[in-house]
Design a protein around this ligand. Structure first.
Ligand code: SF4
Ligand code: SF4
Length: 57
């Protein structure tokens, strides 16, 4: 299982960056990137994303 970002739905609002307790989400260029190897699957990023751009796959 890993966190996947739908780049077409993502508006780069940055809410998921603030929400991640592990600081695993970063904006790289014009895309959000997740460092999945350290993800604890807390789902906070999914909860705060108003655009349904994040899912656990
Ligand atoms: S919270 Fe959702 S819309 Fe906002 S930057 Fe993160 S993935 Fe994109
Ligand atoms: S599930 Fe939790 S630890 Fe993993 S990227 Fe989202 S907020 Fe960060």
């Amino acid at each position: 299982m890993k966190i996947v970002i739908n780049h077409e739905k993502c508006t780069l609002c940055g809410k998921c960056i603030e929400a991640c307790p592990m600081n695993l989400i970063k904006k790289v260029g014009n895309k959000m990137k997740v460092q999945n190897s350290r993800c604890i699957k807390c789902r906070m990023c999914i909860t705060v994303c108003k655009n349904n751009a994040i899912r656990l796959n």
